[in-house]
Design a protein around this ligand. Sequence first.
Ligand code: F6R
Length: 364
Amino acid sequence: DKAGHKHFMAKEIAEQPVVIGDTLSHYLTDDGRDVVLPGDGIDFTSIDRLTMVACGTAYYACLTAKYWFEQLARMPVEVDIASEFRYREPPISARTAALFVSQSGETADTLAALRYCEPHAQTILSVVNVPESSIARESNLALPIHAGAEIGVASTKAFTCQLTVLLLLALKAAKDRGTITDDRLADILSSLRGLPALINNVLEQDTTFRKCARLLAETDNVLFLGRGLMYPLALEGALKLKEISYIHAEAYASGELKHGPIALIDKKMPVVVMAPRDALFDKTVSNMQEVMARGGKILLVTDGPGAKEANEGVWRSLTMPEVDPILSPILYALPAQLLAYHTAVAKGTDVDQPRNLAKSVTVE
Ligand code: F6R
């Protein structure tokens, strides 16, 4: 049941304010001021290192979480793609927690990576959408994302719910390790509770996204750039676009531009820049100007202050609500999804069942 939407993907994008609200209600105390984990939870004081493993979009959720665990909990984090990790057989020290992120909970490579870690790691954690899945059953603590069934092959609401749970887990780690003040924790949790309303605000700009997407649909290549927390999101934006619209898209960390990809810039290729007005904004803007100086077309996704400062000379600009920078990946997932969705619709591709793809990859 698409609940009046043209595609499951559209329905699942639109559901995000509600499902993220649900996720939060499962992980916050009644007064919303503290994080609670299911079951016996986990005590991060006995853990020195976190290893996160996943595939595809779930891998990008892990890459984002690396920034959170490092910044908030000052914890060393290793992130890897399951198909690389499992055959590399990396050494795992005893005080390591291994965390596996999987919507389906059945991805073959991710499950194999979990089984590899099981004898070595202190504990096995998973972030899953299907609580009865193999990955959930074989972990010491499964953290459900409560996104509800995801039918569209391209992951949308599962991604933002994964991010929500991973941020809450990073906050729990920060609290256990004494690396966050009570005030900062209260601040972030309060911003998180306000996030569904901000996502609704983005969803209301659907027409603007559709117009932009009609232009993207005309092109053969798109480059995505982001820095810091926006880098994994740039990767996710490129993956979404290629999966459902079949347009070739690549993502780079903004700072890598000069080290190669700038050679691709010409008048034909749009460059999507994800950049809220945060501490790294000026750096990203200077990368953006390098693109414009070479005739490149910039699609800037930023907030009000960012638009005011940097809109001059850009090709198109999309304005997001302002949000605590630490939460920006969850909010900026929306423009990544909406641009991909409307581009695919404009091209007339099969949005919910893109060619060659399966929802759950249970063989390697
Ligand atoms: C992208 C997408 C895939 C999955 C990947 C992992 O939109 O859906 O990249 O994220 O196949 O799947 P799970 O999360 O089920 O392990």
